[in-house]
Write a protein that binds this ligand. Structure first.
Ligand code: GLC
Length: 585
């Protein structure tokens, strides 16, 4: 790293760095950005650690359990600085062992660790040169846990990073957020940033070895000079990855979702879900709401299937260890990742629309790749259908035991024949290897300009009666139709992206013949039509018939589901090929 010329006044130095940094930010090519993000996109799974002197009260104050997450206790209970700083003298986590702690993360399958260096309470969990209110100078423990964790992460092969609350600081007279210490002699936010935040961030980025991540939190309105000054510090660690929470206009390298998983991943942008393993970020003695191992494993799979990273938070106690419930969850995650890690590390988002039975992740290269099907609901009839996979499948097997999974592709639908017993109660992974570049039918059919829409049965979700003989598709001469649709309880559904509201005539294209009434349902709108077509097929000359199924209303523009449901009375079969919506003239 270039030796900093420290003789220049700090402001001038920062301005220089700021300009060179902004220049770099503007000149960072996509290729260089992708190189910088590579390890993070490969890692997929990290440990978040909220640890501070708030672990001493652990959510209790004045004989009451305080609302909100434990690290907010000073704010929620409006504890004056004089009262809150007393916790520092009680903070002595003698059971803390950095190597054991980091090993827990590694064995859980986590590839990076982000810890609170300074949270909103203003207490520095490292030997800060800018503030004596820190773990080395203000506690009986006197050890710099961030230095110990940096060394342990280097030894265990985890990337290391810091969370830093850059605006809120309830201890410093220029920090934001403390509205209850009325007699504090206030100074400006710029003064706080100049005197504490910038020096601390610089120290964290120059004295703790290679830092992979800087995780800002709670952006607040700050002067441009303060924000640029903080932003400029990322130049101190060339490969540094930062989030989107520094402040207005500083996108950072990835979007953050907090406590929730988005229905669909952010498009064209890296993103991460951060979530506490229990109810509180910081250790809270009354917090027993630990997420189950099943929920945590399926969250990890769900997030990866949408293309995101999972930053799962743990809360060390005032003794410096994790609660048994947290340790158990981490071990369960590690056991699952040991068998199925290939389905997470280095994968990208599923190429399919949402799958009823589970999730899919993808590891795709030009010469071929793998789809990882994580099955949550193991199908009773032992069949799994992959909609729209057009690539050539080489083979498929269970990750749990390598057992081969027979695959058939017919009429654009890939069907996997599964063993009756799921190898994993939470999520069983099937690796489907394909050759050549991945080729999957577009996710959702869309209405055309005039609103018309064609729905092919090859893309339909066929909902059979559980346990009944599966309804099959047949293909010939480029056409695909539903054969043996003998069960009137079997319905067909299509997700499509509605783009043009209005009333549309619905027709069924029947490939051959059929007898039966079909009800069309789309949201609150429905119609019924009757198919009464003699099968006039002569040898290899199939006659197609267009049969009206009434009129339907499309409303709103979103992904909607159109269902086709046979009416029981008089149902025989309908060799359906397509459903068409045409705008009313
Ligand atoms: C929320 C909490 C904060 C925590 C953060 C983690 O902002 O208020 O305490 O550090 O989430 O994302």
């Amino acid at each position: 790293m270039k030796k900093m010329n420290l003789k220049l006044p700090a402001a001038c130095l920062l301005a220089l760095m700021g300009s060179s940094l902004v220049a770099r930010a503007q000149t960072e090519t996509k290729q260089r950005h992708d190189t910088r993000m590579e390890w993070w996109r490969e890692a997929k799974f990290g440990m978040f650690v909220h640890w501070g002197i708030y672990a001493v009260p652990a959510g209790e104050y004045g004989g009451k359990t305080q609302p909100n997450s434990a690290e907010w206790i000073m704010n929620k209970a409006r504890i004056p600085i004089a009262g809150y700083t007393k916790y520092a003298a009680q903070f002595n986590p003698t059971q803390f062992n950095a190597e054991a702690f980091v090993r827990q993360a590694r064995e859980a399958g986590m590839r990076y660790l982000v810890i609170t260096a300074k949270h909103h309470d203003g207490f520095s969990m490292f030997d800060s040169k800018a503030s004596a209110y820190n773990i080395v100078q203000a506690t009986p423990f006197k050890r710099d846990v961030l230095k110990e964790l940096a060394a342990a992460c280097a030894k265990e092969g985890l990337r290391f990073g810091f969370y830093y609350s850059q605006a809120q600081d309830w201890n410093h007279p220029g920090g934001m957020g403390n509205t209850w210490d009325q007699d504090m002699q206030r100074v400006s936010t710029d003064e706080y940033v100049r005197a504490k935040a910038i020096p601390e961030v610089r120290q964290l980025l120059t004295e703790y070895g290679p830092i992979g991540i800087f995780w800002w939190d709670t952006p607040r309105k700050m002067s441009r000079e303060s924000l640029d000054g903080l932003y400029a510090l990322r130049a101190l660690q060339p490969g540094l990855i930062t989030n989107d929470r520094l402040g207005e206009g500083y996108r950072g390298d990835h979007e953050t979702f907090e406590r929730r998983i988005p229905a669909q991943g952010a498009v064209g942008q890296d993103w991460e879900v951060c979530m506490p393993i229990s109810g509180s970020w910081g250790y809270k003695s009354s917090d027993t709401k630990f997420l189950s191992a099943q929920t945590l494993i399926r969250n990890l799979v769900d997030i990866a299937s949408k293309g995101g990273n999972y930053l799962l938070n743990v809360s060390p106690t005032a003794q410096g260890i994790l609660m048994p419930a947290a340790v158990e969850r981490l071990q369960a995650l590690g056991a699952w990742m040991k068998v199925n890690g290939a389905a997470i590390y280095g994968t990208t988002a599923s190429p399919f629309p949402p799958l009823e039975w589970g999730r899919c992740t993808l590891n795709s290269r030009a010469e071929g790749g793998s789809l990882y099907l994580a099955v949550f609901e193991w199908p009773k009839e032992g069949q799994l259908v992959l909609p729209g996979l057009r690539s050539k499948v080489v083979e498929a097997h269970l990750l749990a035991n390598g057992r081969n999974v027979p695959i058939t592709t017919e009429a654009g639908r890939t069907t996997l024949a599964l063993p009756t017993q799921a190898p994993d109660a939470v999520a069983s992974v099937i690796e489907v290897k394909f050759s050549g570049p991945l080729d999957v039918a577009p996710a959702w059919p869309e209405q055309q300009g005039d609103g018309s829409l064609t729905l092919n049965v090859a893309d339909a979700e066929i909902r059979d009666v559980p346990g009944a003989k599966p309804t099959k598709l047949k293909a010939a001469g480029g056409a695909v139709w539903v054969a043996e649709w003998v069960q009137p309880e079997t319905s067909l559904g299509w997700k499509f992206r509605a783009t043009k509201s209005g009333t549309y005539a619905v027709s069924a294209i029947v490939y051959g013949g059929g007898t039966g009434k079909l009800r069309v349902e789309l949201g609150a709108s429905s119609s019924v039509g009757e198919v009464k077509v003699e099968d006039t097929t002569v040898v290899d000359k199939v006659v197609q018939h267009t049969v009206s199924l009434g009129k339907i209303k499309v409303e709103g523009s979103a992904v909607q589901t159109l269902r086709l449901i046979p009416e029981q009375a008089g149902w025989q079969t309908v060799t359906l090929q397509q459903v068409e919506l045409k705008p009313e003239p």
